[in-house]
Ligand binder design. Structure first.
Ligand code: NAP
Length: 254
């Protein structure tokens, strides 16, 4: 019988220096994955996560790369090829939002920035990941989890319709791609977090947004980054082996 050597477990988490991405990177490392921590600006935060991951006894690299830029994404994936080996899990986690506003008051530059960072990044990373995971390309299969948002369903009126629409696009991409690569040993799923305590709300101009709105959440509280990371991990693990093109809402019932 041919002796086929299966690769190590290798996970790329985009936007993993802080927030949900950082918690997800740590959780995958706890489960024995070698980790690529991608980020765009915050060198110190990325290095701190890397040091925490290395203490868990797995390999970890940080790659500073703007996932809205296709050349940066190509460099990100070729760095993983040479430093960690074959990718088995991609978590498309990077997402940005801008100051709360009505659509009519948003400038056009903002539309491009939000859609490029939240949507184009996902296209670029999925394309590179499929070339490495797909059995059609000689890969061993893999898992992709896209981090969407409850905003994909609410539409976020008076706050950030651009952000909400970008998450709607992520959901549609997830459904289509899951069907497209289902025969190539790749599953594609999504997680829709609700209001989670992270720095992101400060970018929207309201750092305490979760606490202001938490009484509207059926579970009467905001969510933690670890609660989202657990949902992401489950969808990327063999425990969810018959699920593809599906979504886990981590929204406290909203
Ligand atoms: P966060 O705390 O603001 O962290 C954002 C992360 O993305 C940071 O690691 C940042 O890197 C990185 N990043 C930003 N732009 C990037 C780019 N162009 N290229 C590469 N990395 C980039 O965000 P979060 O709240 O954890 O959100 C993570 C995901 O969950 C997003 O997709 C978000 O839409 C989704 N989500 C969050 C909530 C929530 O309530 N927080 C709710 C629903 C959905 P630097 O540190 O280098 O800046």
């Amino acid at each position: 019988m041919l002796n086929v050597i299966k690769p190590n477990k290798v996970a790329l988490i985009t936007g993993a220096s802080r927030g949900i991405g950082a918690a997800t990177a740590l959780l995958f490392a706890e489960h024995g994955y070698d980790i690529c921590v991608n980020y765009v600006a915050n060198d110190l935060a990325a290095e701190q996560i890397k040091q925490q991951i290395l203490k868990l006894g797995v390999n970890c690299i940080t790659v500073k790369a703007d996932v809205a830029n296709s050349s940066d994404v190509e460099r990100l994936f070729s760095t993983i090829d040479s430093e960690l080996g074959a990718l088995t899990v991609l978590i498309n986690n990077t997402g940005i939002l801008k100051t709360q506003s009505r659509l009519v008051d948003m400038d056009n530059e903002r539309f491009s920035q939000v859609l490029n960072t939240n949507v184009m990044s996902c296209f670029y990373c999925c394309k590179q990941a499929i070339k490495r995971m797909s059995t059609e390309y000689g890969g061993f299969g893999g898992n992709i989890v896209n981090v969407s948002s409850g905003a994909a369903k609410s539409g976020s009126p008076n706050e950030y319709i651009d952000y909400a629409a970008s998450k709607g696009a992520i959901d549609t991409l997830t459904i289509g791609l899951a069907k497209e690569v289902a025969g190539e040993e790749i599953r594609v799923n999504g997680v829709r977090p609700g209001m989670i305590y992270t720095d992101m709300h400060a970018d929207g101009g309201e750092p305490a947004r979760v606490d202001r709105l938490k009484t509207k959440i059926p579970l009467q509280r905001g969510g933690s980054v670890n609660e989202v990371a657990e949902a992401i991990y489950w969808l990327a693990s063999d425990k969810s082996s018959f699920s593809t093109g599906t979504f886990l809402d981590v929204t406290g019932g909203l």
